[in-house]
Design a binder for this molecule. Structure first.
Ligand code: FDA
Length: 308
């Protein structure tokens, strides 16, 4: 394993490192910038601020790889409380929640995870919100897409996520585009083997463009998740070439990443949705991202630098 990656992974499991790093101001600034906060109230405040500026949101309750039923049920409770609170504050309509199936116990019990996702979906629908199922590592791609398909039988607005880095993704994009699905296209945040994933950035970007074209020409709603200026430009051009109006697709960016660009794109009439993570499990969110794809070190470093 790459020594940098193994160091970050070791740090992600160490409470001692977490506490040490927490007291280091720069990292605290990174957390504050990339995570809305630890509680539901923090998420509400962030959603209120972003939607007040005309941006849309997809809210992620941080946490994954939950194995016991108690923890998985707690994830459902966190989302249903969040949705009730959003509804009470009149912030739910048009909002989206991003859910990881491993936070619902997928590793231990696929049917249980699917049923828990259906409970969150019911709350989202009641509140006038939508749901996206985040994509995790490639061993879970088929199962995750199967669960999304089954949930789409109940509510066709449930969005799938596909990762341009995977060799299979063009096929998934074609199938989902023909189905009229909401589909978030991202590059992919996980370290994957060459057998299943493109390893060179140029190949991932080329795959991203091919998938974008498929989604833009399809009958669904493409959700273009990237901060890459070249991919954002390609999305806008391909949408225009396919005869799409701005509201028929979304540009999605992470909280704290290129915030000026988020506002600029919104001012051009684009639908821009910000991914808002919240919860106490922020350490894993930040560190696993770095570990899964060490190039993201530069991504976080750039973000820190651009804050000054
Ligand atoms: P990349 O990291 O390759 O950067 C490309 C370029 O973007 C840079 O060269 C630079 O020009 C610009 N850029 C990036 N960050 C910048 C910054 N801070 N300041 C200035 N310029 C910057 N992954 C996954 O596996 N499953 C999932 O479900 C999701 N979900 C998801 C939702 C949303 C809304 C987003 C935005 C992303 C995800 N991802 C994800 C993560 C995704 O797969 C990917 O790891 C990151 O978005 C980084 O890839 P980019 O496409 O942003 O470009």
């Amino acid at each position: 394993m790459n020594p940098l990656r193994s160091t970050i992974l070791a740090a992600s499991r160490s409470r001692r490192v977490r506490h040490g790093v927490e007291s280091f101001g720069a990292t605290r600034r990174v957390v504050d910038r990339f995570v809305a906060g630890e509680g539901t109230d923090d998420a509400l405040e962030c959603v209120h601020r972003l939607t007040g500026e005309g941006l849309r949101v997809t809210v992620d309750h941080l946490g994954e790889e939950v194995t016991g039923a108690t923890g998985a049920d707690a994830t459902v409770e966190a989302y249903t409380s969040l949705l009730a609170a959003l509804n009470e504050k009149d912030l739910a309509r048009g909002a989206d929640v991003s859910v990881k199936l491993t936070a619902l116990g997928l590793g231990a019990d696929e049917h249980g995870a699917r049923d828990r996702a259906a409970r969150i979906l019911a709350s989202a629908r009641d509140a006038g919100a939508t749901m996206t199922i985040d994509m995790e590592h490639s061993a879970l791609t088929s199962t995750t897409l199967d669960v999304v398909e089954s949930l789409r039988d109940e509510d066709p607005s449930v969005a799938a996520v596909i990762q341009a880095m995977l060799r299979r993704t063009e096929r998934d994009a074609s199938r989902l585009a023909a189905d009229g699905a909401r589909v978030r296209l991202c590059k992919g945040a996980y370290a994957e083997d060459a057998g299943v994933a493109f390893q060179r950035r140029a190949d991932v970007d080329a795959s991203y463009r091919r998938c974008l074209e498929i989604l833009m020409r399809g009958s669904g709603t493409p959700l273009v998740a990237t901060h890459d200026p070249a991919m954002l430009t390609a999305a806008i051009e391909l949408a225009a070439a396919a005869g799409r109006i701005p509201g028929s697709y979304e540009l999605q960016l992470l909280l704290g990443v290129r915030p000026d660009e988020q506002r600029r794109l919104h001012s051009l009439g684009m639908t821009v949705r910000v991914y808002v993570p919240f919860g106490t499990e922020w350490w894993g969110y930040l560190m696993r991202r770095l570990a899964e794809r060490p190039q993201n070190l530069a991504f976080f470093a750039r973000a820190l630098a651009s804050r000054r």
